[in-house]
Write a protein that binds this ligand. Structure first.
Ligand code: AN7
Length: 412
């Protein structure tokens, strides 16, 4: 569909066939916008029913011109799980979990990557790059492989979760570790693409990524037959996803497909929470956290690139930003795995931990229809489980007597 770039700060609107990242007037971030009245001629509820639930079901609402260039691994179409056991534990009316770990490389990043890599190919790009806490790089490496182009990824020092690292390696990315944290890696990759403009930047400041990620909200609307939930809770790191989900709901509202939009509730790890801090203090700017720390390495980010968009999404939706501790994250990860059979990585469990905290402190009430988004698969970070769920291995001889002895009363 025909689209414009629009500055999120000064509102400057322009057309360009290239992949643009910054406003030419004030240098702030850009977003993609459409002529909604024109879109209404192409889009109705029936339009979507023609395609299976997936990112590309919404192709009329995506900024792609040449669909022959689309690089897809089957992204989107993730399950909205009814969580009856957790609902009873939390004593709430309804709880749905949209499990983005079901995406091809195991995280929501695939939604944005399919669109941004397809756009890069339209522009004849041969090399793509990103800085990443792990999931973006895993996704980038896979989609670049499928597109038959080179990928360069910059990772922070310290630990990148094992599963994510292994994905980047097997898909053949050029992996460079930066002496510094994620925020330093992001600054480095920005310099890299400034120096070598032939390299396309695939962090979420690339507005085409956000376009793919907005389909998460559109799928929720479709899965609920256009009955929008009261609140959507999701983990926040660089803040691209909360901005994207908000954009998706708003476009459906502008198109007249839904009547209301949900409250956007972002959860940060307590020692990596510049956005939640600004929100709680009623500030309009964030203060960067210099040494962010959390077991949820995916969201160990101190200077979220899309902070301005995220604050707007939360404030305009009458939403919230809250923090959770690492212990709360680990407890929530275990609870979701043991009561619902859904295994997510620690960052994703932050949404469940956030829900629990907000119910306890009265910021959410039990009658609200709530959706938690879990953003990445549990197998991404197996080390965390080995570290936090230490249960001794039981070893016996292969006889029924020995088995009876160790199982004892557990069978009644
Ligand atoms: C599982 O991969 O930033 O707020 O470099 O992997 O849109 O940043 C990952 C982020 C939540 C936060 N959950 O999303 C990266 C990266 C998981 C994640 C987030 C990430 P944003």
């Amino acid at each position: 569909m025909d689209y414009f770039f629009k500055c999120i700060n000064c509102g400057f609107k322009f057309k360009s066939e290239k992949v643009e990242y910054y406003c030419p007037k004030c240098n702030d971030l850009l977003e993609i916008t459409y002529d909604i009245e024109e879109l209404k001629n192409f889009v109705s509820k029936d339009t979507f029913e023609k395609y299976p639930l997936s990112v590309w079901r919404y192709k009329e609402l995506l900024p792609i011109k040449d669909f022959s260039k689309v690089v897809s691994l089957g992204e989107g179409g993730t399950t909205l799980h009814e969580c009856k056991n957790l609902r009873e534990i939390f004593n709430i009316k309804s709880l749905l979990v949209k499990n983005e770990g079901e995406n091809p490389t195991g995280s929501f990043k695939d939604r944005g990557m399919t669109v941004a890599i397809s756009k890069a190919l339209e522009n004849k790009v041969k090399i793509v790059a990103c800085a990443s806490t792990g999931n973006t790089s895993a996704s980038l490496a896979a989609y670049a492989a499928k597109a038959n182009i080179k990928s360069i990824i910059l990772i922070p020092e310290g630990k990148v979760a094992l599963g994510k690292m292994v994905q980047a390696i097997i898909h053949g990315a050029k992996i460079i570790q930066i002496n510094g944290n994620f925020d330093d890696a992001l600054n480095s990759v920005k310099k890299l693409v400034e120096y070598y403009p032939q390299i396309c930047l695939l962090n979420s400041i690339n507005p085409f990524r956000i376009e793919g990620q907005k389909t998460l909200a559109m799928e929720i609307c479709n899965q609920l037959n256009y009955n929008v939930p009261d609140a959507v809770i999701l983990p926040v790191g660089n803040a691209g996803n909360i901005s994207a989900v908000w954009k998706g709901f708003n476009e459906f509202k502008e198109l007249g497909l839904i009547k209301n939009v949900p409250r956007m509730i972002g959860i940060q790890a307590e020692k990596a929470a510049p956005l939640a801090k600004a929100f709680k203090e009623g500030k309009n700017e964030i203060s960067i956290v210099n040494n962010p720390e959390t077991i949820a390495t995916a969201i160990k980010i101190g200077a979220p690139a899309s902070w301005k968009k995220a604050l707007k999404a939360v404030r305009n939706s009458n939403g919230l930003l809250e923090v959770v501790s690492d212990d709360e994250i680990i407890e929530a990860q275990k609870l979701l795995a043991r009561k619902e059979g859904i295994f997510v990585e620690p960052a994703s469990a932050a949404s469940i931990a956030g829900l629990k905290k907000l119910l306890e402190n009265g910021q959410l009430d039990k009658y609200e229809n709530i959706i938690c988004i879990t953003t990445g698969h549990g197998l991404k970070d197996p080390d965390v489980v080995l570290k936090t769920c230490i249960e001794p291995l039981i070893k016996v001889s292969p006889t029924i007597e020995e088995l009876k002895k160790v199982l004892g009363g557990d069978l009644n």
